[in-house]
Design a protein around this ligand. Structure first.
Ligand SMILES: C/C(=C\Cc1cc(O)c2ccccc2c1O)CCC[C@H](C)CCC[C@H](C)CCCC(C)C
Ligand SMILES: C[S@@+](CC[C@H](N)C(=O)[O-])C[C@H]1O[C@@H](n2cnc3c(N)ncnc32)[C@H](O)[C@@H]1O
Length: 251
C-alpha cells in the first residue's frame, strides 16, 4: 500500500489546469450531475462493451509511442488512460473536458493507477469549441461520445482539425442510429426498457432521456458531416451491427 502511495503520479499545483469555459451551461450541469455514477452506469448499461468500443477508437486513432495526443471530452478519462499506454513515457496525453466533476474523477483515477507512464497525462478544464491550443499541435485526437454532446458540432470539428498536425487522425466514437430497421427497433427497445429504467433507479431519468434524444437526432453519416464542412475525409470506418456505436476515423 505504501509503495502505491509513492508511485502515484501527482500533478504539480492544482489538479488540472483551469481555462475559461464558455459553453452550454445546461449540458455542463448534466455531466457534472451524472459524474458520480457515470462509470458504473456505462459498465451496467453496455454490459461492459464500452471498454471494447473505446479500445477500438484508440487503436484507430493511430496514436503511437512518443506522440502528443488529445482526448477531447475526456470525461472520467477512459480513453485518456488507454492513450497514455499507447504513447508511453516519451509521449504526452492531454485530456480536455468542461465538467469539473468528471475531471476530478479522472484525476483521482490517475492517482490510483500505479502505471508510471500515466505521468504523461495533463488534464485541462476547457471548451471543445474553443480549444486552448495552438495550430498543428497534436499527432492524433480521440473523442468518445463527445461530438453528439457539443452544442456546435461544426465548430468542434473545425477546432479539432485546427489543432491537429497535417495528415494526422481524429478518431470519433459515438452511437449510431442503425440503418437496419430491425436493429434500430432493438436499440430503441433497449434504451426505453433497459437504459432509461436503470438510470431512473439512480434518479437520472431526465439525463438518460436526453441520451436517447441525442442519439435519435445525431447524424449517422460522418462523411456527409465532413463534406459540409469542407474537411478532407480520406478514410471512414463505421460499424452498424447489433450493437449501438458508430465509429468513424477521420484523417
Ligand atoms: C458507453 C455508454 C454511455 C456513454 C454515454 C454517452 C452519452 O452521450 C451520455 C449522455 C448523457 C448521459 C449519459 C451518457 C452516457 O452515459 C453506455 C452504453 C449506453 C447505451 C445507450 C446502451 C445501449 C445498449 C444497446 C442498445 C445494446 C448493447 C448490446 C451490447 C452490445 C451487448
Ligand atoms: C458522454 S461523456 C463521454 C466521456 C468520455 N469521453 C467517455 O467516453 O466516457 C461526454 C463528455 O463530453 C463533455 N463535453 C460536452 N460538451 C463539451 C464541451 N463543449 N467542451 C468540453 N467538454 C464537453 C462532457 O462534460 C462529458 O464529459
Amino acid at each position: 500500500m505504501a509503495s502505491l502511495r509513492f508511485s502515484v503520479p501527482h500533478l504539480p499545483g492544482p489538479r488540472f489546469k483551469r481555462r475559461p469555459v464558455r459553453c452550454a451551461g445546461e449540458r455542463q450541469e448534466l455531466f457534472n450531475c451524472i459524474a458520480p455514477v457515470y462509470d458504473n452506469l456505462n459498465d451496467l448499461l453496455s454490459f461492459g462493451q464500452h471498454r471494447i468500443w473505446k479500445r477500438m477508437a484508440v487503436s484507430w486513432s493511430g496514436a503511437k509511442p512518443g506522440d502528443s495526443v488529445l482526448d477531447l471530452c475526456c470525461g472520467s478519462g477512459d480513453l485518456t488512460f488507454l492513450l497514455s499506454e499507447k504513447v508511453g513515457s516519451y509521449g504526452k496525453v492531454t485530456g480536455l473536458d468542461f465538467s469539473k466533476e468528471l475531471l476530478s474523477i479522472a484525476s483521482s483515477r490517475q492517482c490510483l493507477l500505479s502505471n508510471a507512464c500515466n505521468n504523461n497525462i495533463e488534464w485541462v478544464e476547457g471548451d471543445a469549441l474553443d480549444l486552448p491550443f495552438s495550430n498543428g499541435n497534436f499527432d492524433a485526437i480521440t473523442m468518445g461520445y463527445g461530438l453528439r454532446n457539443v452544442v456546435d458540432r461544426r465548430q468542434a470539428m473545425r477546432e479539432m482539425f485546427r489543432v491537429l498536425k497535417p495528415g494526422s487522425r481524429v478518431s470519433i466514437l459515438d452511437f449510431n442510429k442503425s440503418m437496419q430497421p430491425f436493429t434500430a427497433l432493438f436499440q430503441e427497445w433497449m434504451i426505453d426498457n433497459v437504459v432509461v429504467p436503470t438510470a431512473t433507479v439512480y434518479g437520472l431519468a431526465k439525463e438518460y432521456k436526453y441520451l436517447k434524444a441525442s442519439i435519435n437526432e445525431f447524424l449517422t453519416d460522418a462523411l456527409e458531416y465532413s463534406t459540409q464542412q469542407n474537411i478532407a475525409l480520406k478514410k471512414q470506418q463505421q460499424c452498424d451491427t447489433y450493437s449501438v456505436p458508430a465509429m468513424a476515423v477521420l484523417m
